[in-house]
Design a protein around this ligand. Structure first.
Ligand code: NAD
Length: 368
């Protein structure tokens, strides 16, 4: 009998429910093909949570997440409703940040893929895109400058002084390095660790620890790069990168820079991972974009980011590499067939066929 994987599906607001529906459709196709068993339970979050139970993260939704092996998330927040309630009750803070903290999600994985067929979506000239761009940014999510203490603004004669503190400990660097090396093993086995070891104490420690952990992964080629050069190389020769490992702030910036290479937010999934117990790693999987209220409810949203988030869930939380690859191959097939939602469509491509959210999901599920 196959194992059952428990998935909490929290669609959220805006385009969330539409793209989640397509992702579940694809998961059901994978379940059938690979004789797996997914127990998918849907629950409200964000404004859907506030409307149903008075809170952006209702107690029942949180309890469901705690009983699940992974959270598949849509997105939350509505710009016209958010300002009507206090900041700490707003969906992004009360649901998203709360979940990150509750589940100790310390590793953020953002794959950026630009298939050759979508070369037009990339702001770089074709000769810089090689055979297509395929980068995984691994970002440390709970340490560094965003959380280090002291963190304050104090008055001084003539104005103010703002203090942020960058702090990393050896164990924090070790655990994110292991995530990055393991991810590189599942890819092209190249890891570029980003730091600022020429200026920051943190950079020196980061480089030392990553180098030491790298000895456990002799099959992965490790290189180090200063963050300023990393930002430049992403624009000049993005095809040199496989996995980029970054501390929190550098990863925040470089993952967005890398994301711009793919052209549309609608194509970009992301994973946030917590600790591993046995064969499973608790994880939170969501599209990189938001609730896109401008196109919500019109069958216009690109479901690929949500669908690729399910592939990340299968790979990184459940260790189902073949099933994850089947989803990625199915997405590539739909793109190769010329299917395009509005965000990736160009009339300049005579083979492109404009489709809606549902049609894209149907095609990907059928390709699985
Ligand atoms: P957004 O990502 O929702 O939209 C930015 C642009 O990208 C829009 O033009 C939108 O139509 C487009 N887009 C995004 N996803 C798309 C998809 N799948 N297919 C096609 N086009 C897509 O960002 P925003 O407009 O700044 O934010 C809207 C709301 O989403 C806000 O309330 C914000 O707080 C929230 N938000 C939530 C998350 C999250 O839940 N993780 C992340 C970002 C923004």
């Amino acid at each position: 009998m196959s194992k059952t994987f428990k998935i909490a599906a929290l669609a959220g607001d805006g385009i969330g429910p539409e793209v989640m529906r397509e992702a579940i459709k694809v998961l059901r196709a994978v379940e059938k093909k690979f004789a797996l068993s997914f127990q998918i339970t849907e629950a409200p979050v964000g404004w859907a949570g506030i409307d149903a139970a008075g809170k952006a993260l209702p107690d029942a939704t949180l309890a469901l997440c705690q009983q699940s092996d992974a959270i598949l998330f849509g997105s939350v927040g509505l710009p016209d409703r958010d300002p009507t309630i206090p900041k700490e009750q707003r969906p992004e803070r009360a649901a998203l940040l709360r979940i990150r903290k509750e589940f100790g999600l310390f590793a953020n994985l953002r794959p950026v893929q630009l298939p050759k067929a979508l070369a037009h979506s990339c702001p770089l000239r074709p000769e810089r895109q090689g055979d297509g761009i395929d980068i995984l940014v691994v970002r440390e999510l709970t340490g560094g400058m965003y959380f280090g203490q002291p963190k304050k603004t104090e008055e001084i004669p003539g104005g103010h002084r703002a203090i942020d503190t960058m702090v990393y400990t050896t164990p924090e660097i070790e655990r994110i390095a292991h995530v990055a090396f393991k991810a590189a093993r599942l890819r092209r086995k190249k890891l570029c660790s980003i730091d600022k070891a020429n200026v920051l104490e943190n950079g020196v420690l980061w480089r030392d620890v990553v180098t030491r952990i790298g000895k456990d992964y002799a099959d992965v080629t490790l290189e180090h790069m200063f963050v300023d050069n990393g930002a430049m190389q992403l624009m000049l020769r993005p095809t040199q990168f496989d996995v980029m490992l970054c501390e929190n702030m550098f990863g925040d910036i470089l993952s967005d820079e890398a994301a711009a290479l793919a052209g549309s937010l609608g194509m970009l999934p992301s994973a946030s991972l917590g600790t591993t117990s046995g064969e499973r790693t608790f994880g939170f999987f969501e599209p990189a974009g938001g609730t896109a209220p401008d196109i919500a409810g019109k069958n216009l949203a690109n479901p690929i980011a949500q669908i690729l988030s399910t592939a990340l869930m299968l790979r990184y939380s459940f260790g189902l590499n073949d099933a994850a690859a089947a989803i990625e191959t199915a997405v590539a097939k739909a793109i190769a067939q010329g299917l395009r939602t509005g965000d990736i469509y160009t009339p300049a491509d005579p083979t492109a066929k404009k489709v809606g959210t549902r049609e894209m999901g149907d095609a990907i599920a059928a390709a699985v």
